[in-house]
Design a protein around this ligand. Structure first.
Ligand code: PA5
Length: 438
């Protein structure tokens, strides 16, 4: 099994409450697979691994990736939110720490920093580069601005036709500015399925094309997701995770800290936060989701977790088998006080440190849901991300919200468009200016 759940650091009262909610969680799981929940028109991700594995799209993705790799030193993936986090999470989790890749994958369009875009333009100056632009709506401001700049660079260097050969668009197949532009310029395109929203799209071309470019085993990622889809329809792990989170929430724990012990998982944490935060945080409800990297953050946030306000619990992701055999270096001279660790595998030391931390946190009133990943490989990562999506769907419905929309994101956009002077936002601008003058 790619993933095992461990509840030994969850207080018995929370476990009892979670068990009481299991029937409800199981019923919601069944309705999710049938699309019979609020937002059911966006539940296409539930059986997507099966649909995708049977389609020709994965083959085409590999061909496009090979083409981009052959003609690029750098591939820039442009997107924000669900349109980049899945790919970044997978590439960082599986891509190796200091490995030099013949084709480097970098990201843009996930913020509005001028300094970053200028530095990226400088970096690309003497390199062959291509662009994968990803936006389901095709109208999101951040990626649209970055893409405009990168497209301009490519057109200047290669002309419009040459630029078009170096751009791939992943977007809605029928509507949106990017879809129209791609058709006009003749870019190769991939669809974001209508029934799958951004943060649930990692197994579509949104996550798989950049992953293939980065050299990841996309077949194994999809087979891991497929294995999760088939397993978790019957096995209750995703229901249990959702019910336990809800039991913590009902017990007054309003913050969930996602903890990992491997630095490669930093962007998995970012993906996880977006998935749960954007899906559940609405209608005045939802856990506030945060993340920490242990043992690093035990020397910062650790103090608060152990001893600060008691309104949180943790989900701790660990890996059972890591590939390396790095050991604490044996020395003749034990003057650094590490003699008792000599020759021990560093990953065992790490695991022991995390176990010790979970024990201390539980004692300090912070329960810990343990998630044990079999290995840090593509199959297990595919399983893990699908597990989280299913648990998130179940948990959101249990909470009584629509997990598949994000109405709260519009508020900042409306103000930003008004203050930036976008046509159509004149009244909103006048109202904001009045508020700013007060
Ligand atoms: O999960 C979501 O739906 C969002 O985070 C979107 O992915 C994000 O807002 C980007 O949207 P788009 O792909 O339309 O540019």
């Amino acid at each position: 099994m790619a993933l095992r759940l461990d509840f030994k650091h969850v207080p018995p009262s929370v476990q009892t409450d979670a068990k009481r909610m299991m029937k409800e969680a199981q019923a919601i799981r069944a309705r999710l697979f049938e699309g019979r929940v609020r937002g059911g028109e966006f539940t296409g991700w539930t059986d997507w691994p099966q649909r995708f594995a049977r389609s020709d799209e994965l083959k085409r993705i590999k061909e496009t990736a090979a083409r981009l790799r052959a003609n690029s030193d750098v591939v820039v993936v442009v997107g924000i939110g669900g349109s980049y986090l899945g790919a970044k999470a997978l590439i960082e989790a599986l891509g190796g720490y200091f490995e030099k890749h013949e084709t480097e994958v970098v990201f843009a369009g996930h913020h509005l920093s001028g300094a970053y875009l200028e530095a990226l333009a400088d970096y690309l100056q003497d390199k062959r580069f291509s662009v994968i632009v990803i936006s389901k709506s095709g109208t999101t401001t951040e990626p649209a601005i970055a893409f405009r700049s990168l497209r301009g660079m490519l057109e200047e260097r290669h002309g419009r036709q040459g630029a078009a050969e170096r751009i791939v668009a992943v977007t809605d197949p029928e509507k949106g500015a990017l879809c129209a532009l791609a058709a006009k310029e003749g870019y190769e395109t991939y669809p974001v399925p209508e029934d799958i929203g951004g943060r649930f799209s990692v197994f579509t071309a949104v996550g798989m094309l950049p992953s293939a470019v980065a050299g990841l085993d996309v077949d194994a990622l999809i087979s891991g997701a497929l294995e999760a889809m088939e397993t978790l329809r019957e096995k209750d792990d995703a229901c249990l995770y959702a019910a336990t989170r809800k039991a913590f929430y009902d017990a007054g724990k309003k913050i969930e800290l996602f903890v990992t012990g491997e630095p490669a998982f930093t962007s998995v944490s970012e993906w996880w936060k977006q998935l749960f935060g954007e899906s559940e945080g609405k209608d005045g409800k939802g856990l506030f989701v945060a993340s920490a990297a242990f043992t690093t953050d035990l020397h910062s946030l650790g103090q608060y977790v152990q001893d600060g306000e008691r309104h949180l619990f943790e989900t701790m992701l660990t890996v059972d088998e890591e590939d390396n055999d790095m050991r604490v270096t044996p020395l003749q001279d034990g003057s650094d006080g590490l003699g008792y660790l000599e020759g021990r595998r560093l990953d065992d030391v790490n695991e022991t440190a995390l176990e010790a931390t979970a024990l201390a946190h539980l004692e300090g009133g912070v329960g810990v849901i343990g998630l044990r990943l079999r290995r840090r490989d593509a199959n297990a990562l595919g399983y893990l991300l699908y597990f989280f999506m299913l648990a998130c769907g179940i948990g959101g419905v249990m909470l009584g919200v629509n997990p598949f929309d994000q109405p709260g994101v519009e508020a900042y956009k409306k103000n930003m468009f008004a203050l930036l002077g976008k046509p159509g936002f004149e009244a909103a601008r006048a109202a904001l200016e009045k508020r700013l003058k007060r």
